[in-house]
Ligand binder design. Sequence first.
Ligand code: FEO
Length: 398
Amino acid sequence: MNSVELARKVFWVGAADPDLRVFDIVVKTDYGTTYNSYLLVGEKVALIDAVKEGFENVLFARIEEHVPLERIDYLIVNHTEPDHSGAIKLLLARNPKIKLVCSKPAVPFLKNIVNDESVAIDGVKGGDRLDLGGLTLEFISAPFMHWPDTMFTYCPEEKILFPCDGYAAHFAPYESIFFKPGDKVHEKEAWHYYDAIMRPYASFCRKASQAVIGMDIKIVAPSHGPINRDEPKRFIEKYLEWTAPKNVGDKKRVLIAFASSYGNTRMMAQEIDQTLQQAGLSTTMVDLAHIPAKELRDHYEAADAILFGTPTFVGDVVKPVWDAAQLLMTVSSVGKKAAVFGSYGWGGQAVDILESYLEGLKLKVHKPGVKARLVPSQTELEECRRFAEAFSGFVRQG
Ligand code: FEO
């Protein structure tokens, strides 16, 4: 595939990586990916996003179908992750006069990537414009979609939105770089991309999508996967659907997620559940030894607060609870309220260990958690009730 014309003086000059099967160590890419890069040739020349290191020769060759590398004036860096910044140093080696343009939060990241004080880096903010002469670039702030550095770029003359990782898919199309209406594989991979990469930042994705949904957009040109000119707002609309708040309703929702080897932590969970319900909260109890991860992630998003119940086993949190706690980083959980309870034989450290872990993930943790030794006594069950009443007040605050 050669470079592809998107509009007058706007070209796709990226690279395909169809054999990639895992991205960023953890994200499965059954259909490979592309590293999309765009060349805009006004009186000045701009490149939007670079490619991963190793694909620079493809990028350079496609640029030089239109202009020599020495004619590039600006590299717009919408996002600094290495799949888009890996080739920057190699590009600068060919043309050291290129000015890098990025969001202000991206400036220190870029400095750490190029490690060369002589490189010109211009930090811009949302609403700033760059006149290329015949083409204009407008910058739109989109922080945490999915890094703090992220911005979108919009070309008003051709009505093209360049949202970098936003509305992207790890999907290397077979014969065309353009979106095909009704392509089920692309639809599936677009969801997988959101689920695996964007979902922890759902509220930020929603805010950015709300900001662009009303714009006059003819083409959405992301940094991975097909370029959409047939239904340009399709995945912006999908993001608004996928990021819709799930914890709606009159009552605050508490998820009680526990594991129990011999029924003792379960007894505590049931006592806490009853007390929370009596306090007017909506509760859901899930046994972490049996719930699929996909279902649990949905429960996390729907909950205003999460109570974890874990026995102490060999001085640690039991594995189903550890696995569940680690899933928190795959959804939007920062600032969510939480607490921990559990039974133990002689140590009880699991409650304290998990509290520290949740605080490290920036959840708001109500402490101390409640513990019961072996089979909870009436006194210990009374402690569970008092703990639940206090937690209910904590959930209702703010
Ligand atoms: Fe495509 Fe966040 O890099």
